[in-house]
Structure formats: C-alpha cells, structure tokens
Design a protein around this ligand. Structure first.
Ligand code: SAH
Length: 248
C-alpha cells in the first residue's frame, strides 16, 4: 500500500514514520509512505502557500494553486481515487474506517495549517475529510500520523501476531481485556489466578468476560451485535454488578 502525505512541514512526519513498527513496515515493503512538501509547488516568487481570507478575519488560508499542483503531480504515480483532508470538520476516525482505508492501494493525505484550506480544495480535490477527534490542533501532521499508524496495523504482516490485533479494543467491537505480566504479586496486588493456571479455555473465557466488563463500565455504547456467548457473559456480569456501579 502507498500513502502520499502532503504537508508544509514534512520534517514533522519523517522521524515518527521511520521509527518502530512504521519504519519496519516500510523497510519490509509492506507500506510505502511518500512525503511531499506543498511549498515545492508554490509558483509565486515568495513560494507562498497561504494568503489572507476573503471577507477579512483572523489567520491565513491555504491557497488553491500549490495544493492542486502537488496533488495533480501525483496523478501519474497514483490512481488518486482517494484524497483525504485531515480536518476537524471531517468524519470522526474509527477502527471501522481504518479497516476500510487499509484496503485501498493508494491514499493521498493532505495536512492543512493555519485556518485550513480554501473551500474549493475541499469541494473539488478532496474526496473525504477525516477528523481524529473534537479538538483543534495546529496542523494536520499529527492527525495524519495517527491515521497512517492506525492503517499500518491493519496491513497483514505489520503486527507479528494477528491475534493481538483481533483482541485489541474496537477491532471486534468491545474494549480489550486487562493484561498482566510478572511479578505475580506486586505490593499486595495479585494477578488473577485463572491467568496463571494454564487452562486456555478458562483464560479465553475470562478475557472475553473482562473485556465485556470493561466495555460495560466505560463504553456501553459499543455493546451491540453480541453473539450468544457474549450475551451470556454479559448477563453474568450484570448479575454480579450492582446497578449503582454500572455506567449511568
Ligand atoms: N479553522 C479550522 C481549524 C484549523 S486547524 C476550524 O475551525 O475547523 C489547522 C489544520 O489542522 C486543519 O485544517 C487540519 O488539517 C488540522 N487539524 C486540526 N485539528 C484536527 C483534528 N481534530 N482532526 C484532523 N485534523 C485536524
């Protein structure tokens, strides 16, 4: 899969993209991330990428010409079906959306700055806008990294053990189960016996139940489309949990 990221601060992206699993995914040829500096496509003598807003008001707006030119320069290399603008006005990113995007062979991700982009870029160049949450950052670079890292985890082979992806929060709908490592007792806090007894069926059931318990307490909105076992476990949890302790 290839992802082109367009930004006026590609140096903000290069370091994080080279580290850890993202760096390895690229070294292994599973993911190709290409950084393009939008400023390289500015045509005026000042290399400007922004200008003051029509109608007045605070801040600057990213201009059409360099962004159209930068995206169009990719047309020969990339089918350009999907051009994503990172934007607080966009659709909120979810694991489901990440899984869908991971199936797309080529993505272009546009990072804005200042007050955002000229609306004509949203209207006729961008195919979708994605937000990473209801707060405002100073630029789309960190949101683009969030998107690329989330997508990379869905590419087969990037995470060594696919089982760990399947039990992650949101993948199958629920939050993930609690995890423990050595020592077995730390400051009077013991690891649950079931995890140390080696009964794999019991461990699987315990994990599923505790994942449901965490989801019920923190994100009951995620408890939809449950299978028979999950419904049974949830009934057990509800029986064990006083109404006063459940999410209100
Ligand atoms: N004036 C804009 C905010 C601009 S913030 C507004 O009110 O909506 C500058 C840029 O940072 C945005 O254009 C976008 O590319 C990026 N950005 C900021 N917050 C973001 C978020 N929550 N999700 C995705 N991108 C974001």
């Amino acid at each position: 899969m290839r992802i082109d990221i367009l930004s006026i601060f590609p140096e903000m992206l290069a370091g994080p993209l080279a580290a850890s699993l993202l760096g390895k995914a690229q070294a292994d040829g599973r993911l190709e991330v290409v950084l393009t500096n939008i400023r390289d496509f500015a045509s005026d003598k000042h290399c400007s990428v922004d200008d003051s807003p029509y109608g007045g008001g605070a801040g600057m707006v990213m201009k059409c010409e360099p962004i159209f030119a930068a995206v169009e320069s990719l047309r020969t290399q990339n089918s350009l079906k999907r051009v994503i603008l990172m934007s607080p006005r966009g659709e909120r990113l979810t694991q489901q959306k990440v899984r869908e995007l991971a199936e797309v062979p080529d993505l272009v991700v546009l990072c804005a700055r200042y007050e955002g982009v000229d609306e004509r870029i949203s209207d006729s160049l961008v195919t979708e806008e994605i937000s990473i949450g209801d707060y405002v950052l100073s630029g789309g670079e960190v949101p683009a990294l969030v998107l690329v890292e989330a997508i990379s985890r869905m590419i087969p082979g990037v995470i060594g053990d696919w089982k760990s992806v399947e039990t992650d929060s949101f993948y199958a709908g629920c939050l993930g189960p609690p995890q423990y490592t050595r020592p077995p007792v730390f400051r009077d806090m013991a690891v649950p016996d079931v995890l140390r007894e080696g009964n794999h069926a019991a461990i699987r059931r315990w994990r599923k139940k505790e994942a449901l318990r965490a989801t019920l307490a923190r994100r009951a909105d995620l408890l939809v489309d449950l299978d028979i076992e999950e419904k049974k476990l949830l009934a057990e949890i509800e029986h064990e949990t006083p109404i006063s302790e459940r999410e209100k």
